[in-house]
Design a protein around this ligand. Sequence first.
Ligand code: MN
Length: 150
Amino acid sequence: MPGVPVKPYLPFRLEKLSLQEYQKRRDFSRSPEPTARKQSSTKGNIYSIQEHHASRLHWDLRLEKDGVLLSWALPKEPPGEPGIRRLAVRTEDHPLDYAWDRGQYQMLADKPGEEIVFRIEGKKLSGTYCLIKMKKGENNWLFFKKSSAS
Ligand code: MN
């Protein structure tokens, strides 16, 4: 998918985008990245979003769940207001050590593999946000802010 600086993970189903995938895709002797291990933060609800100046600028959205960070790559800037929908491409889970610029989130609704609704308390984003899996594209999700009325 053009404009998205992540490797194509299309052969993998969502449940296989695990820490094992993360571990497999990295050479830790050459990379300073954290090794794959599960742990938990104190509250277990880290929210993190990072502007990543890779070969193509993108934003990494991460939500702590069950000792890992569920991860999506957003090709465009995350929406601060309702009414803007962004593509979010699911990438492999990351270790908790990956989170910086931390905030917290509260899960409001979680249908695994379909829809996640959560309240973010971060520095740049705050409010109720939604991730909905698109029918087309194995790892393509929509990411948007809900209006406070909904
Ligand atoms: Mn990235």
